[in-house]
Ligand binder design. Structure first.
Ligand code: AHR
Length: 494
């Protein structure tokens, strides 16, 4: 199969915000306990954090981590998670029907983030709580000193403020499963007033308003328009959440899910701009895709989980090769919308629907989806160039034209990088023509291909991973490469 791409230096989508490669850790399952924190593990440091996990997280280059939920946050009392660990209360977590020990709280998580080089994106509880708890939390985290909450932070051992810049105004408030679920009108008003109070404490923060929990919600659309109408002046970003799965075991349909993400982003962008126009506002609301990933493998197993355990295994999806291919398509789609999607959080990071898994009595290991995410975070920095793509298409039940080639290019001072997925089961000869651009040669061509679509990684056996290919030539105005059937590819030229 032949495919061509035209990349022109004048067709720029926009600059990649490094926060596009953010992630998410929720107090649920084995994400925190037995994930990042396990004091009795041989690799634990003096604070109880697993250094094997820190090592793998650092390799992913993650700039920001959303915390502490998720559905968990709608029942969370943040005051339970500060002060001497021995006196912190154990609480019922009604979202996941488990017991939260509060052994890891805001201070401990902040310290862990310092180890991995990430900042926190903090969610406040707008389910069971409201304005008061949220503005107190901002004061506790960000106010220098000399007030009740800031002095309490100092007396708990943190003299300098945490300086948290990005805050989520609750989580999935449109979802009937959410503790304190609200109508769009109720949530929109509460979010506006909460954002106002939080920004009165610290006017340098940015806040994310909850959009729909997914594109299939019956209220999708109405929800966005209503909450934006209520809170437009107080907020900075609108959130999107979406998880994908191959429940039908139909590979062509599955690999086309990124077209659904593309449509979702365009629709939400249009809604932000509709309210901007309605309000005659000069302000642009950008998007935070603050939960995205593949989630379906663990569903059946989780139905059998007994309630009220501490850190039981939950949502531990074992990702296979086809999941890595879709993740690559989803990353390319996020990059294509870099002009409006400023934040995106791969949900989640450790054990719970995660690229990193831990063994209680063994080492941490990389799942298949780890690799495309790592390569995009590492090399997808700079300006996104919008390519003109010519490739054969196929049809699915919901998309008439799914191109076999999914691709985007990113340019920076040092290199031109092409990310490409071949969705087809045939080899693809890709010719990339460059306009008002030139390259002198290839730095590297990495490909992930040749695996059984259902192949997974295991502890001590990370067989599904990228390798180097020499099937590439780059000179002046042209790059030629061979994309293997069903492959994720990263071509870097200088
Ligand atoms: O990431 C797992 C869960 O998915 C989150 O708690 C919730 O926000 C979403 O429904």
């Amino acid at each position: 199969m032949e495919a061509t791409m035209l990349i022109s230096s004048v067709k720029r989508v926009g600059k990649v915000d490094p926060r596009l490669y953010s992630s998410f850790i929720e107090h649920m399952g084995r994400a925190v306990y037995e994930g990042i924190y396990q004091p009795d593990h041989p690799s634990a440091n003096e604070s109880g954090f697993r250094q094997d996990v820190i090592h793998l997280v650092k390799e992913l280059n993650i700039p920001m981590i959303r915390y502490p939920g998720g559905n968990f946050v709608s029942g969370f009392r943040w005051e339970d998670s500060i002060g001497p660990i021995a006196s912190r209360p154990k609480r019922l977590d009604l979202a996941w029907r488990t017991i939260e020990t509060n052994e890891v709280g805001i201070h401990e998580f902040y310290n862990w983030c310092q180890h991995v080089g990430a900042e926190i994106n903090m969610a406040v509880n707008l389910g069971a709580r409201g304005v008061d708890a949220a503005r107190n939390l901002v004061e506790y985290c960000n106010f220098p000193k000399g007030t009740y909450w800031s002095d309490l932070r100092c007396s708990n051992g943190q003299e300098s403020p945490f300086g948290i810049k990005t805050w989520c105004l609750g989580n999935e408030m449109d979802g009937p499963w959410q503790i304190g679920h609200k109508t769009a009108e109720e949530y929109g008003r509460l979010a506006a007033e909460t954002a106002k109070a939080m920004k009165l404490v610290d006017d340098s923060i940015e806040v994310v308003l909850c959009g729909s929990s997914n594109r299939q919600m019956p209220t999708f659309g109405d929800w966005e328009l209503t909450v934006l109408d209520q809170a437009y002046d107080q907020i900075d970003y609108l959130s999107l959440h979406q998880y994908y799965g191959n429940q039908k075991n139909d590979l062509s349909h599955y690999l086309a899910r990124s077209l659904d993400m593309d449509r979702f982003i365009s629709e939400v962008t249009a809604m932000c701009d509709t309210i901007k126009a309605k309000k005659h506002s000069k302000k642009q609301i950008n998007l935070s895709f603050d939960e995205w990933n593949i989630w379906y493998h663990s569903a059946e197993q989780d139905e059998q989980a007994a309630p009220w355990q501490i850190a039981p295994p939950l949502l531990e999806d074992n990702y296979n090769f086809e999941d890595a291919l879709l993740l690559g398509c989803l990353l390319i789609t996020l990059l294509k919308h870099a002009d409006r999607v400023k934040i995106a959080c791969l949900a989640q990071l450790v054990n719970v629907i995660a690229p990193i898994r831990t063994e209680t009595n063994g080492e941490a290991w990389r799942q298949t989806i780890y690799y495309p995410f790592m390569q995009a975070a590492m090399y997808g920095q700079g300006e996104v160039l919008s390519p003109q793509i010519h490739s054969a298409n196929y049809a699915t039940e919901d998309f008439e034209e799914v191109p076999y080639l999914e691709s985007v290019a990113v340019i920076n001072d040092k290199e031109l990088v092409i990310f490409a997925v071949n969705r087809g089961e045939e080899e693809m000869n890709l010719t990339v023509r460059l306009s008002e651009l030139s390259v002198a040669g290839v730095i590297d061509f990495s490909e992930m291909s040749g695996f059984d679509t259902k192949a997974t990684n295991l502890p001590k056996s990370e067989q599904v991973k990228p390798s180097h290919s020499t099937n590439v030539k780059a000179e002046d105005g042209k790059i030629n490469c061979l994309l293997k059937p069903l492959s994720w590819n990263v071509v870097r030229c200088y």
